[in-house]
Write a new protein. Structure first.
Length: 105
């Protein structure tokens, strides 16, 4: 299942940091990302591969370099599927309460 890969990718703090770095400035090379993390280059490559497999990062060759870009769509899909629908009921209940209090006040 696609959601499983995204949840697995987001479960690791190093991968979340990579996503944050790409959110701050998209289109970074492995060297740029490697400089921000306290792990081996191979470790960063493994984390990027998990993020790519989950669709959260897209890599593109530009000349001799490979640039990494954030793809926020899977995170939005997780939000819509797993967060938004569960908060809708609570928000509706709060709005109903607010309207009832305003009617009686």
């Amino acid at each position: 299942m696609e959601d499983d890969a995204v949840f697995k990718a987001l479960a690791d703090p190093s991968r979340r940091l990579l996503l944050d770095l790409l959110f701050e400035r998209d289109g970074r090379t492995l060297t740029e990302l490697d400089a921000e993390l306290e792990m081996t280059r191979f470790g960063v490559m493994k984390h990027l591969r998990v993020l790519e497999d989950a669709g959260l990062v897209v890599a593109r060759k530009q000349g001799r370099e490979k640039l990494h870009f954030l793809n926020p769509v899977p995170i939005r899909q997780i939000h819509d599927r797993w967060i938004d629908k569960y908060t809708e009921r609570q928000v509706s209940a709060l709005l109903d309460l607010k309207n009832q209090l305003e009617e009686t006040g």
